[in-house]
Ligand binder design. Structure first.
Ligand code: ZN
Length: 329
């Protein structure tokens, strides 16, 4: 049951939950919150398995009992994972309404019911109010696990009905050890963790999806723009169908480092040391104040994307690359 085990850096939270279970102090709702890419969803799954298992060990579900078999097969009648139909979109309200029914029926296996919501902030106001109703009148032996990297965007009344479980990024040594064990080529472990602010799962996603290469392509595109080899409109055409939140985050990361350089920071303080020449060029062309203003503007664009704003991707990226060009004119 690999997907139903916690990560090595989640032991503290795990011990806390095992203690609650063993002493009969389980709350009916938990909010698993913290930075993305640290494995909160997998922790929620491991906890679900542990809470449903007939022979739970302190390290997790047994993996062999009938309950565990049903979970592995994806057919456990007392477990449900609620997610948006498409990543980045809200969870549909009818899925939340069905939860109320689910939370109040008798558990078919005679034990608990466990509900995971991921990500818990991805709801419109009506869906959030429907969830609030579920949390106000939970069925007996129902446990809600709400997973969120942006819990500040949730209704305060939902947050206050949950016990909070906080997840930080692991220490660097643990992150490096785990990531090295996951990759065939471990030579990029340091760079991957630098670029993902030490979030191991995000670092693994970068490796699996070739995102280091994609980021290098973006840097080459910007250099081409600065040298007049490509126009903002042309560059926007090649990037408008990409993950725009990530693309903008990369440019923001470069601006952060250029700010450090323009304030006489040392190259060893940078997260994007592989792009040192471009960053030094930006720091020469713009003062720190301008760079920070540009970074704020990019952040507001990224925020609109995260909130599901109806931005035209081509127009947005043209705007971004036009501003990039202005930095060096
Ligand atoms: Zn079991």
């Amino acid at each position: 049951m690999k997907d139903w085990r916690i990560f090595p850096w989640q032991n503290t939270q795990w011990q806390q939950m095992v203690h609650c279970q063993q002493t009969g102090n389980l709350a009916h709702a938990y909010l698993l919150r913290g930075v993305p890419g640290t494995g909160k969803l997998q922790f929620a799954k491991a906890l679900s398995a542990y809470l449903l298992c007939m022979n739970p060990q302190t390290t997790g579900a047994c993996g062999h009992c009938k309950e565990c078999e049903l979970l592995k097969a994806g057919t456990h009648p007392d477990f449900t994972l609620v997610e948006p139909d498409d990543p980045g979109r809200p969870i549909r309200i009818d899925r939340i309404r069905k939860l109320n029914e689910f939370a109040h029926k008798t558990a078919q296996q005679g034990g608990r019911r466990v509900i995971i919501l991921n990500p818990a902030e991805a709801m419109n106001v009506n869906a959030a109010n429907a969830l609030l109703k579920c949390l106000e009148e939970p069925g007996d032996d129902t446990v809600f696990l709400l997973v969120s990297a942006r819990s500040g965007d949730m209704l305060p009344t939902i947050r206050s009905r949950c016990q909070q479980l906080n997840f930080a990024t692991p220490n660097r040594a643990d992150a490096e050890q785990w990531l090295a064990s996951q990759l065939e080529d471990s030579s990029r472990v340091v760079q991957l963790l630098d670029l993902t602010a030490n979030a191991p799962l995000e670092a693994k996603r970068f490796a699996d999806q070739g995102l280091l290469e994609k980021r290098a392509t973006l840097a080459d595109g910007l250099k081409g723009l600065f040298k007049g080899k490509v126009t903002p409109v042309e560059l926007a055409k090649t990037w408008q169908s990409e993950d725009l939140v990530l693309t903008i985050s990369w440019i923001m990361g470069w601006l952060d480092d250029a700010v450090k350089l323009s304030l006489n920071g040392s190259p060893s303080d940078l997260r994007n040391r592989d792009q040192l020449k471009m960053l030094e060029y930006l720091a020469r062309k713009c003062d720190a104040r301008t760079l920070l203003q540009e970074r704020d503007w990019l952040m507001s664009q990224r925020q609109s994307l995260l909130e599901g704003g109806n931005l035209n991707p081509q127009m947005l990226m043209e705007g971004v690359f036009c501003r990039c060009l202005d930095w060096v004119l």
